[in-house]
Ligand binder design. Structure first.
Ligand SMILES: *Cc1c(COP(=O)(O)O)cnc(C)c1O
Length: 353
């Protein structure tokens, strides 16, 4: 399918790369392709960035019929542009689509939407250290009727924006508390899907955490309210007595691509990685016994995010003396090295534009 390109008549001024706020500086163009039941995907196009015209009765506005992805385009030292495991993002989007009764999108079409848009916006891929172009593909159900059904008219859209380092002050450990009231997802729900609804469910706890001086919450499972699932909107890993522990993909945990990549690297380095149920109790007991050596979150936006303090109720423990741990740092260095093309890519994770 040929992608029709309509260029913007005036281009925006590019923001200063040193003051980028995550997700705010949208570029000049966006990619859209329509889907209609019976017809399939049609009319892929790149058009000037701007508001969408949506019927006020559209399902996405009332029933949260939406899924999304997040990945980045990286500028290498020789000036070229590359993506990190983009096919994994598309496979996951199709997995999310199944859960929400949205249509499957052919991998080549979804990928072409991303690569063509990045090509059109190549001058927006920043050059400064730790900066990148964040890519946000999403799919929305647009049938204009208030009945609760899956949509027959759907759009897949891609927007992009330059982003700076997630933590401009550098990789500092964050304070986390264990959320005991709200849950993000339950087994049988949508936890394994990357969908806006899960984020809506997480907002209240996030707000309360922030007011209490914490940067994120550690989510517990929705059934037993005992087992650790994720941290904020990242997957989570712990180093306990030399071994790496991470919650298994039990249906309510998102299958993170950074998580997957970390597990591979850790195994390459000879670490034992256990994917299993981990109770908050087990974690705090390890901390008190002095065997909780490191804790970190993993996700595309921050790559890895060290955890320096954990709180649950009136219990509080410090992890790794509130310093970034050795493995956390090594994972960060190795992954960012591969992503920006400074390090060899033995697993074929990089796709050059
Ligand atoms: C996107 C996301 C992650 C991280 O996934 P990556 O593919 O590593 O970016 C983790 N948890 C949730 C809830 C997410 O939405």
């Amino acid at each position: 399918m040929e992608i029709k390109i309509t260029r913007a008549s005036t281009l925006k001024e590019k923001p200063d790369s040193s003051t980028l706020v995550f997700g705010k500086a949208m570029t000049d163009h966006m990619f859209i392709v329509d889907y209609d039941a019976g017809q399939g995907w049609h009319d892929p196009r790149i058009i000037p960035y701007g508001p969408l015209q949506i019927d006020p009765a559209a399902k996405v506005l009332h029933y949260g019929e939406e899924i999304f992805e997040g990945l980045k385009a990286y500028r290498t030292a020789d000036g070229s542009i590359q993506l990190f495991r983009p096919r994994d993002n598309i496979a996951r989007m199709n997995h999310s689509a199944q859960r929400l009764c949205l249509p499957q999108i052919p991998e080549d079409l979804a990928l072409a939407g991303i690569t063509k848009l990045v090509e059109v916006e190549q001058d927006w891929v920043p050059h400064e250290k730790d900066t990148s172009l964040y890519i946000r593909p999403f799919m929305i159900g647009l049938d204009a009727a208030l009945g609760v059904h899956s949509s027959k008219h759907v759009q897949y859209i891609v927007v992009v924006c330059p982003v700076g380092a997630y933590y401009p002050e550098g990789l500092n450990p964050v304070k986390i508390y264990v959320e005991e009231q709200d849950v993000r997802a339950v087994k049988g729900g949508m936890g394994m899907a990357k969908t806006g609804g899960n984020y809506a469910a997480s907002l209240r706890a996030g707000d309360l955490a922030e007011k209490a001086g914490y940067s994120q919450v550690l989510w517990l499972d929705g059934v037993h309210r005992k087992y650790i699932e994720e941290v904020g909107s990242m997957n989570v890993m712990f180093k306990v007595a030399g071994k790496i522990l991470t919650p298994d993909l039990n249906g309510s945990v998102l299958d993170g691509i950074t998580r997957r990549s970390c597990i591979q690297l850790l195994k390459d380095w000879g670490y034992e990685v256990e994917e299993r149920r981990i109770s908050a109790e087990e974690l705090f007991a390890a901390a008190e016994a002095g065997t909780l050596e490191e804790a970190w979150g993993t996700g595309t936006a921050a790559v890895v995010s060290p955890i320096g303090e954990l709180a649950m109720g009136d219990k509080k423990v410090t992890v790794s003396h509130n310093q970034i741990g050795e493995i956390t740092q090594k994972l960060y260095d190795e992954l960012t090295g591969i992503q920006w093309g400074r390090t060899a890519d033995p697993h074929g994770w990089i796709m050059k534009l």
